[in-house]
Design a protein around this ligand. Sequence first.
Ligand code: ADP
Ligand code: MG
Length: 694
Amino acid sequence: MRPSVLDRLFSATTELSGIGPKISKLIENIAGPNILDLMWHLPTGIVDRTYSPLICNAENGKIATVVVQIEKHIAGPKNRRLPYKIICSDDSGTMTLVYFNARRDYLERVFPLGEIRVVSGTLEKYDGKLQISHPDIIGRIDKLDNIKAILPIYPLTRGLSQNVIATGIKAGLNQIPKLDEWLDHDLIQRERWPSWDEAIKRAHNPKNTDDLNPNSGARQRLAYDQILANQLAIALVRKQLVKRKGKAILDRKNLYEKLHKNLPFALTRSQTAAVSDIHRDLTSNNRMHRLLQGDVGSGKTVVAVLGLAPMIEAGMQVAFLAPTEILARQHFTNIKTILKGTDISITIYTGQDKGPDRKVKIQEISNGKGQIVIGTHTIFQEGVAFKNLGMAIIDEQHRFGVHQRLSFVEKGRSVDLLVMTATPIPRTLHLTVYGDMDISQITEKPKGRMPIDTRVMSVDRLDEVFNAIGRALENGSKIFWICPLIEDSEKIDLAAAKKRFQILQKRFGNSVGLIHGKMNNSDKIKTMDSFTTSITNILVSTTVIEVGIDVPSADIIVIEHAERFGLAQLHQLRGRVGRGKRKSSCLLVYSKPITDNARQRLNIMRKTQDGFVIAEEDLRIRGSGDLLGTRQSGLPNFKLVDYSEHKKLLSIAKDDVKLVLNSDPDLKTKRGQNLRTLLYVFEKDLGVNLLKKS
Ligand code: ADP
Ligand code: MG
């Protein structure tokens, strides 16, 4: 159980004085529901309010904190465009506080006549007179020292002010307990890191911009804690996995050879190597825990199918999990083609199956008639029982997440696990993302693939795009047209996609289809089918087609508002074309304003098609705290970790974990106990639970 000393940190932010339910909700949106989440919400800037002059000396343009007596309120006339003024003074002179569209009752309340107030804001001169309009901070004299300081600036959301969040943070910092040190003594000494509680306090009290740097001692320490907790949890799970013996199946290659001969193409070298890796795992005593990583279009599906052949030959079932219904169907169709001429039965079971259909399928799974079972995660969620499941293949794993993967392990099935992903994760981050799974990589594209011609153009030239699309259609092209994420609102995204659909339809008639995330699955499937069978030849889509869709005859992809996508996602999207015999093109259409960063992203897309290069570049140009990029690239969103700045910490943690678990595998020593606390701090309770059972 979590040590009670941490309870306070895991309670709701409403427990903090000054934070009510409304503010708490806003904080939850940007940081999270509990106090510790708020503590992880670190400042991104500072503002210096230490300048505190007499009025007569105050310098125009500076941010100043002044102590004044309130002399007079001058309300603007009914015409509200004139400002409300408050005249105030100190011993050296007078100045004015200026408010536009002010509420008089409010101002009279905060600035009572004759009283002393501390006011902080930017000094301006107007008509030769000194003024501050809309001061940032107003306080009583006893707050002077708090206000006259270097104050952190936090990322906010609408409705939340710096003042309010600072109040919450301050109250939260008072709740931070001192905890026994879980880091190695020598490491702390060498890096000169502060203790955990001290690090949090310092991170929230930057004295200069250096303190905001990811490489400041406090921030490094917090990042290291998070990395260490994650890697330790991963290692504990791995240990558990290794303990459970796998089953060695006989090394039979009949089926494999038959399927291999059926293929209409030759495997690439790394496809062949990956298939052998899988066969070696299956026929060894160890349980397979392998990642198959290959760029989009590199041909992972066929590797999986050839890989699973010995399992079927051994009389065991294989489950094949796809992240979406559409992909499950696509795998079903493709795998059926590969299995042609064999008597292997393949079942698809998804949320679409209702009533009697569903019953039949569940039966096929439980009586072993379904030898290969394809479906979405519902296969596992609804506790469908397999007769003898030997292997599970999970496609596009980052959609499932490490935790769901662990839940397969927790189910206690001695199942060989193959995870497939197209996300190119730089080597330094493998451990963080995949734990220490064995990895097979497909490093080359199938022969005969032509490079995709990628162009970047402004939306001003959309008319040219329409004309080009018209010509391409006459030449038999098939086109994906991606409409962007405009806001965090599916409704608005959808409206944009619908509008584009209508415009294209007006021009190109019935050859235009529309697919989006709000459609029900059977409509989605119908729409996809129309596109694959060339009933439609332009498919307008929100980003639902991103993962895994394979329509080899599609040869053009247009991506609107390309400047809003992260590199990982652009790469995924572009990978939808360039799979067939025709030369493909990708049009990245951007709208202004476009940031420098976005411009760089589009340039990288133009220059290279190599997923690994793109991933490395992505890491390089991405600023810290770029959640969009992090989410799309499949990296875990570690709040305290800056993937480009904290690389060194990743490898230190790797060695650290190895050392700890070698000498103290059950985390029983003093440091081991403290590391358990660390696991709880980062909500890796699962890791600790595994320890208990061992
Ligand atoms: P991904 O790795 O993105 O999942 P797929 O498995 O969907 O890629 O394969 C993409 C396409 O390439 C499919 O149409 C598949 O039949 C084809 N393919 C796979 N391997 C080869 C190969 N060695 N030579 C030619 N085409 C191949
Ligand atoms: Mg795929």
